[in-house]
Design a protein around this ligand. Structure first.
Ligand SMILES: [Zn+2]
Length: 419
């Protein structure tokens, strides 16, 4: 397997990347733009774009922001509301795998930033069916979260005629350099299908299923092109206008609002996915079993590019985390009502043969890993200097006695600040 000489990405990255003559990946090259673009100018460009929507919209809400109890939600809402003076409507697809901490983060987000929120909770029995199908057909337990999370904001935009949706970072741009920041790429149905949904729309999932009907899939169906056109729905990505640094952004939000953080099972980043039982657990283990690398490679590559980790330090972190067995499998199997044997059978079907092979005794062997490529020829020539330390904070939880042992399907949506 070929690995980038600067970050840790392999050539079989599912979003696709390319390598230049120096062996540096397209993600690293586009990332260099972060240090050369005039971000003040780009921010002004965003300001005038937002102004256009503010004046055009007849609704009380000027834009829609998809949020969760983790990731970049606080930063996006804070920036759009306080820095740009917009009045966003928050929308949240209930992913069903919620931790208490995630529900708390979401409640405080809404309360401290004073926003209205819509939450979509699809029928749990249908979500379970959809999840069994997506595991079988794609080896994914997260398809419903991705499909629901990317479509619910568009459905609300159409329904309430609020034409602007504001997303955080575009993964195709931030991870693999599919586009330049200057392309100002916007949300499309096609990118969602090809990349977010791994090529599988709701209609495709139903077509190959004995269990599901199209009527079950309403929370996952993209609105018709005509509806999108008549409202003029656009989805923009903030990382095209603001120099994206997820770690620094989270730290500002921890200081300003007490955003809660948590140790993650399979990565060193304590900020990103604290709202989900599985994202950094079994879901990430599945990613490793499919592609031969996990979230820790994503996080370390990001920190290498931002000059907070050396490549060798990143590789040490991969060595530490990538094989770690997650502890949340039983919880998921019980919820999804499937046996462990069935689960592994579905996952094994989706292993990438470029990186996994079965040996004669029937055991899966990982053919390569970036941990064997620390000293590849050409690595020194493209190395970035480490300029600051890479320390991830762990702030004390708001509720130190809360036990995280079961999903919180839906929590109280508000917080009384006198409590
Ligand atoms: Zn790279």
């Amino acid at each position: 397997m070929k690995y980038c000489k600067r970050c840790l990405y392999p050539e079989n990255h599912p979003l696709n990347l390319t390598f230049d003559a120096e062996g540096v990946c397209s993600g690293c090259r586009v990332h260099e733009e972060k240090d050369v673009l005039d971000w003040e100018e780009r921010k002004e460009k965003l300001r005038s774009l937002l102004t256009e929507f503010r004046s055009r919209s007849r609704s009380l809400h000027d834009c829609i922001i998809p949020v969760s109890g983790g990731r970049d939600s606080y930063f996006i809402v804070h920036t759009i509301k306080h820095e740009f003076g917009m009045n966003p409507l928050l929308v949240n697809y209930n992913k069903h795998y919620n931790t208490r901490m995630g529900i708390r983060n979401l409640a405080y987000l809404q309360s401290l930033l004073g926003c209205d929120i819509f939450t979509q909770t699809a029928s749990p029995s249908i979500v379970k069916k959809v999840t069994r199908e997506s595991l079988r057909q794609l080896g994914s337990m997260y398809w419903h979260c991705l499909a629901g999370g990317t479509v619910f904001p568009v459905q609300i935009a159409v329904k309430f005629k609020i034409p602007l949706i504001i997303w955080g970072a575009h993964q195709g741009n931030d991870q693999v350099g599919m586009f330049s920041h200057l392309d100002e790429v916007e949300m499309t149905r096609k990118y969602r299908k090809d990349h977010d949904l791994m090529g599988m729309e709701a209609e495709d999932l139903v077509r190959n299923s004995k269990e599901l009907t199209l009527a079950d899939m309403e929370p996952f169906l993209y609105p018709h092109d005509n509806e999108i056109r008549s409202v003029g729905v656009r989805g923009i990505y903030l990382n095209n206008y603001i120099r994206w640094d997820s770690k620094a952004q989270h730290e500002k939000m921890i200081a300003a609002y007490g955003y809660e953080t948590s140790v993650q099972q399979r990565t060193f980043d304590t900020y990103n996915d604290v709202d989900s039982f599985h994202y950094s657990g079994i879901h990430d283990h599945i990613k490793f079993l499919k592609w031969g690398y996990g979230k820790v490679s994503d996080h370390a590559s990001r920190e290498i590019r931002l000059k907070r980790l050396t490549r060798a330090e990143g590789i040490a972190l991969v060595r530490q985390y990538q094989d770690r067995k997650p502890e949340d499998l039983d919880l998921f199997l019980k919820w999804a009502e499937i046996s462990e044997d069935q689960f592994w059978q579905w996952i094994d079907r989706h292993r990438d043969p470029r990186i996994w092979q079965k040996d004669p005794s029937g055991q899966w062997q990982l053919l390569d890993s970036v941990i064997h490529h620390e000293h590849d020829q050409g690595v020194d020539a493209v190395r970035l200097p480490r300029q600051e330390p890479c320390h991830f904070q762990l702030n004390p939880p708001r509720d130190p006695n809360a036990v995280e042992d079961k999903y919180i399907l839906i929590g109280r949506g508000w917080v009384d600040q006198n409590e």
